[in-house]
Design a binder for this molecule. Structure first.
Ligand code: UDP
Ligand code: MG
Length: 317
């Protein structure tokens, strides 16, 4: 019998674990001839998430926990889940019920029919404001403008991936990782299925992404998949030089032809200010990349984790 692993990353989700488990149980019972492994990744939660998952381990042998020793972030939590998952396919989902388990039977069915990657497309997100939606649209527009690897908007990490691609994804060792991007990078032309869904509000708790975290994710995403900003930096340099030359020509023109010279200090201040700004932007962009190299060359392990399984397997119902 084929097995599907469900990887759920959870950071401070104590209010969602039980509800998610109940919903998962209901949906998984509808799928015949496939066994499931429910792998919760506790990403160093500071609330009672660990205890809530531990309770489930005792009563359902399908439940396991990858317990990260501290908070490593969502992308690394998903990586840890993927590393420990044993299934012939892996489904990734959030713990807050914004990725509704009700779609799982359909995802599995598509996989059994031959799809190797089943993606979900969020046709609406009832939880987010128009401002957040606008920010997200702008983020993906700029990302795709600057990145060689195109990452579609509205496609969350809620997806099923066949073992073949899971093993392939495990070969990516970078510290700095965006799953959506890595998957876009390997996306085959065939055997990919997309299911539409509407994301409900979070069942309990608050989002872990504030504006600054989202902005950092945007910068990380761009630098991971593109060196275009470095080319852009060169073009800034050229543009700065061209503006300075034009200004120089204008000053000479004013002096010799119009006999109405602009006071020297005004020109100097504007040129110095402009060139300074261009240099700072350029250095900043280069710095972003050097920072990434600095982190990547150390090749540190991605995370520190334990696998915790149910103790009393005989009690399983
Ligand atoms: N998450 C995680 N580690 C983190 C931050 C978030 O494992 O450092 C999990 C979180 O518990 C949730 C999922 O990642 O299951 C998505 O996070 P969230 O719901 O806060 O993001 P949003 O849906 O608001 O984009
Ligand atoms: Mg969420």
């Amino acid at each position: 019998m084929k097995t599907v692993s469900i990887v759920v990353s959870a950071y401070n989700e104590e209010g969602n674990i039980e509800k998610l488990y109940q919903e998962l149980k209901k949906e998984l019972n509808k799928v015949k001839n496939v066994s499931f492994e429910i792998l919760f990744v506790n990403d160093g939660s500071k609330d009672k998430t660990f205890e809530k998952i531990e309770k489930l381990l005792q009563k359902d042998e399908r439940v396991k926990m990858v317990n990260l020793k501290r908070n490593f972030g969502h992308e690394i939590a998903m990586t840890a889940g993927m590393d420990y998952a044993k299934g012939d396919a892996v489904i990734f989902m959030d713990a807050d019920l914004q990725h509704p388990p009700v779609y799982i039977p359909q995802m599995v069915e598509e996989w059994l029919k031959g799809s190797e990657i089943v993606l979900t497309k969020r046709v609406d997100n009832v939880a987010t404001s128009w401002f957040y939606k606008l920010c997200a649209k702008t983020f993906y527009f700029i990302l795709n403008l600057l990145s060689e690897t195109k990452i579609p908007a509205s496609m969350p990490d809620f997806r099923l991936i066949d073992r073949k691609y899971v093993d392939f994804l495990k070969g990516f060792n970078e510290q700095d990782r965006l799953f959506r991007g890595l998957l876009s990078w390997i996306m085959p032309n065939d055997k990919v299925m997309v299911i539409d869904f509407i994301a409900p509000e979070r069942f309990s708790g608050h989002t872990k992404y504030n504006f600054i975290k989202s902005l950092q994710l945007a910068i990380d995403s761009i630098t991971q998949f593109s060196v275009r900003p470095l080319h852009l930096a060169t073009w800034f340099g050229f543009a700065g030089a061209a503006c300075s030359i034009l200004l120089g020509v204008w000053v000479i023109f004013e002096h010799f032809v119009q006999h109405n010279p602009t006071p020297g200090y005004a020109t100097i201040v504007s040129v110095v200010g402009f060139v300074g700004a261009v240099q700072l932007i350029t250095l900043g962009i280069i710095g972003e990349y050097i920072g990434k190299i600095h982190i990547e060359v150390k090749k540190r392990p991605l995370y520190l984790a334990d696998l915790i399984e149910g103790k009393d397997k005989d009690d399983v119902k």
